[in-house]
Design a protein around this ligand. Sequence first.
Ligand code: COA
Length: 218
Amino acid sequence: MREIFANVRVMKKLDAKDGSCFPMGAGDDGIETSWVHFQNRRLFLRPLNPEDMQALLEFFYSHDAETVRLRYGYHRDTMTREAAAKLVSVDQNKDHALGIFADPYGHAELRAIGRYYLDAGGKSAEVAFVVHEANRHAGIAGFLLGELATVAKRRGVLEFWASVMPENRAMAGLFIAAGGVESTSDVTVEREFRIPVDSILKSRKKFLERKGIFRIKQ
Ligand SMILES: CC(C)(COP(=O)(O)OP(=O)(O)OC[C@H]1O[C@@H](n2cnc3c(N)ncnc32)[C@H](O)[C@@H]1OP(=O)(O)O)[C@@H](O)C(=O)NCCC(=O)NCCS
């Protein structure tokens, strides 16, 4: 638990250089925090921390039933505060969880989450994403995949994988577009995709250019 809290960025209300609540640039962990431009809209990128429990609950209750089913793999009506706290209290030195926020000033409003869970052995990790229905097809998940890959590469992780419901064309499409391959034999249950971290990084620049995504320098 100490590790988790040690990794929470110092939140200085309105005293960072640009007036936001969060210092820009790389933290002690080398993880970048910044505004990012997505299709005429700027959103804020930063790692999740335990303070985000309420934001995560609100994000969960803003999803439609299909988003919840595809993300969690089953129909889920509720999320307890304990479950939400667990999802934001990530040991960012091992796993990695990034949030995309509408506004870091005052009330934190999540628009997307991308995370990876390191496997035992430390060379591969499972990834998971959820992007708000209103923010889809803007390249947000693809951007987050690249951010996760950048950190993973630095930490010696070689491969990402995801277990995808058979009807989840978007998640399968995301993996295939970034160079992933399907390693499933029985497609009636869940499809498994694997992708080398290097493949993601190789196609990243082009993906960002094609989608017009860039970090806004402060
Ligand atoms: C899967 C999900 C995260 C994709 O988010 P997104 O931000 O809309 O995805 P992006 O805009 O970054 O798309 C990147 C690439 O993924 C693929 N993709 C995205 N949506 C797709 C769709 N509906 N069908 C096929 N491919 C799709 C495309 O190749 C796309 O590149 P392109 O737009 O240049 O063709 C989003 O649909 C979501 O949150 N779904 C519900 C939760 C979920 O299924 N999570 C995954 C299981 S953990």
